[in-house]
Design a protein around this ligand. Structure first.
Ligand code: F6R
Length: 366
């Protein structure tokens, strides 16, 4: 049942506040994060964990890339993130006390399952699944698990699964930080309060839909686009580019904005729209000078900023602002406008939004 929506993807984008609220419900009730949320053996396993290896594909891989920033900066844990289809054919060196984390909406992605098995064969002792399907193969084969409670995701392009994965990964970060004495009780409470605010913050982000829709006509006439982000928003730029190419068939690439002058700047001209994620964080100054480089080459900039991001609009620099700057949660909120952009561009182009050509919802073959 689609209710007031035209597509499952649209419905699932708008379900994100409740999907995240459901996923975090147990934490909100408890006021603190406990290992039990991840399974009976979690306390024992987490107390021995000294690094993480995240394995996933596609959008779920992007969630892992964001988590790496959180794990390093909040929990002080080394964290590697690998594309499952690559990991399974390398000869990496195993470390028994590296916790292997598989992230998957479906829990049936062949490459992710195979990579998790391979990691075990190599000598990793413990595994954790972050997954949206309780009775999936991934959940059956891991020691620990956390279910994202996004509800069934029907649209092939993943939306609510991604933001609930991020919420779960932040929860895991808070827990591991706490167990490693990196987080005071006050700080833990503060983090939980931020998480509690997340559904409302997501709701506020969704309000920008009409503004994003205004950009979609101009976008739909383009054949290529660049997506830029820095720090923990670089993986969000990757996710935005993936969404756009998947459902609108516009070629899009993401770059960490510091990389622009090492090559992709050569592509920039009036026909190359550049989408930039510009939260009001400590990298904003750097990002702004990257954007000036684009401007100087005649590129057209579409910037997603925060309410308080200092950035000036012009004929070639368009800005849409999110309601607030959400600190460490910012990557989750900045996902919303990119999902909406892909969706509205696809609508203008008349593509099959819920079933993009050549793609399947769960990739159960290699
Ligand atoms: C993109 C998308 C895919 C999946 C990928 C992994 O919108 O949906 O990139 O994220 O196929 O799928 P799961 O998460 O089910 O393992």
């Amino acid at each position: 049942d689609m209710g007031p929506y035209d597509h499952f993807m649209q419905k699932e984008i708008f379900e994100q506040p409740s999907a995240v609220a459901n996923t975090l419900e147990m934490v909100f009730n408890a006021q603190s994060v406990s290992p039990g949320l991840f399974g009976n053996a979690a306390e024992k396993i987490f107390s021995k964990t000294h690094s993480l290896l995240i394995l996933a594909c596609g959008t779920s891989y992007h969630a892992g890339l964001v988590a790496r920033y959180w794990m390093e900066s909040v929990a002080g844990l080394p964290c590697a993130v690998e594309i499952a289809s690559e990991y399974r054919y390398r000869n990496p060196v195993a470390d028994p006390h590296t916790l292997v984390v598989g992230i998957s909406q479906s829990g049936e992605t062949a490459d992710t399952l195979a990579a998790m098995n391979y990691a075990k064969q190599l000598g990793h002792l413990h595994s954790l699944a972050i997954c949206n399907v309780a009775e999936s193969a991934l959940i059956r084969q891991t020691d620990l698990r956390f279910l994202t409670r996004a509800g069934p995701e029907i649209g092939v392009a993943s939306t609510k699964a991604f933001t609930t994965q991020l919420a779960s990964l932040l929860l895991l970060t808070v827990l591991l930080a706490k167990m490693r004495n990196k987080l005071s009780i006050e700080k833990e409470r503060e983090m939980i309060a931020m998480l509690r605010h997340l559904p409302a913050a997501l709701q506020a982000s969704l309000q920008i839909e009409p503004e994003v829709q205004e950009w979609s006509q101009r976008f739909s006439e383009k054949r290529h686009a660049l997506f830029l982000g820095r720090g923990m928003h670089y993986p969000i730029a990757m996710e935005g580019a993936l969404k756009l190419k998947e459902i609108s068939y516009i070629h899009a690439e993401a770059y960490a904005s510091g990389e622009l002058k090492h090559g992709p700047l050569a592509l920039v001209d009036r026909d190359m729209p550049v989408v930039a994620i510009a939260p009001n964080d400590q990298l904003l100054g750097k990002l702004k000078s990257n954007l000036q480089e684009v401007n100087a080459r005649g590129g057209e900039l579409y910037v997603f900023a925060d309410a308080d991001t200092e950035i000036e609009e012009s004929d070639s620099l368009h800005v849409i602002r999110l309601a607030e700057h959400a600190g460490i949660l910012s990557p989750i909120l900045h996902t919303i406008p990119l999902q909406l952009l892909a969706y509205h561009v696809a609508l203008v182009k008349g593509t099959d939004v819920d079933k993009p050509r050549n793609l399947a919802k769960a990739v159960t073959v290699e």
